[in-house]
Design a protein around this ligand. Structure first.
Ligand SMILES: [Zn+2]
Length: 245
């Protein structure tokens, strides 16, 4: 009984401390998030994904930042960037450092505008270039998030799940170059599960990724999760419907 009281009391203190920190965040322009009574602080699980690489200059910098922070991310790679030995080296390094490699098609076309044959070609050509670096986990991020029932059907037939996102950093967009971290944080604070879209072919991304990670780490209840938690695999794939979180 006494220990339950102590446990609840210390949880209450923790909640108060967290609330104080969060109201600090609210003053800095972040959305205030409500707390569950005695339920502990609200948890926020975050998975980072990087599209459009590998890039010869920026991907190694990102890998270094992630290694330093102990974070495992997903890289949705483009087949045409894997034709060089450096491209191959970079996905090998990413995979051996614990990151997941996902398929982002060969040439980054809008799959909804292609024939069934072309969709299949875009996915399979990239799959061959990725080789065993995907560790047998088949996830596809359609360029521009564009999919329809045909894309679904082909992805499913090839054993893929579609993986989209629910936090868009806007890191590629010139309008957000100076403020993509703030833009992303505004979305992350409102969610329990965040699948974050960023790009490893943008100078603005590598410039601010350290600050982005630090801000997430400062958020109460936040933790980075790996791909297996963000996109749990199913025994039997019965749908290739997109995964947001
Ligand atoms: Zn892309």
């Amino acid at each position: 009984m006494a220990s339950l009281f102590i446990q609840r009391f210390s949880q209450l203190l923790l909640n108060m401390a967290t609330a104080a920190q969060e109201s600090g965040l609210a003053h800095r322009g972040y959305t205030r998030v409500p707390f569950q009574q005695f339920g502990g602080m609200r948890e926020r699980r975050i998975h980072l994904t990087f599209d459009d690489g590998p890039h010869p200059t920026y991907t190694p910098i990102l890998l270094e930042e992630l290694r330093h922070a102990g974070i495992q991310a997903t890289f949705f790679v483009m087949g045409r960037h894997l034709e060089t030995s450096l491209g191959q080296e970079l996905i090998q390094r990413a995979a051996s450092e614990g990151h997941q490699i996902g398929n982002h098609t060969y040439s980054h076309l809008r799959l909804t505008e292609l024939t069934e044959h072309q969709i299949r070609y875009e996915i399979l050509k990239t799959e061959r270039l990725i080789g065993d670096r995907d560790k047998g986990i088949k996830i596809l991020r359609p360029p521009y998030g564009a999919y329809n029932s045909l894309v679904d059907q082909v992805a499913l037939e090839l054993g893929y799940r579609l993986v989209l996102w629910n936090v868009d950093t806007g890191d590629w967009d010139p309008n957000y170059h100076d403020r993509w971290v703030k833009h992303a944080m505004k979305q992350i604070v409102t969610r329990e599960n965040s699948v974050v879209l960023a790009h490893d072919n943008q100078t603005t991304t590598v410039k601010r990724i350290g600050a982005f990670i630090a801000q997430i780490q400062k958020l109460p209840g936040s933790s980075f999760i790996g791909h297996s938690e963000a996109f749990p695999t199913r025994e039997k794939i019965d749908s290739a419907r997109p995964v947001f979180a």
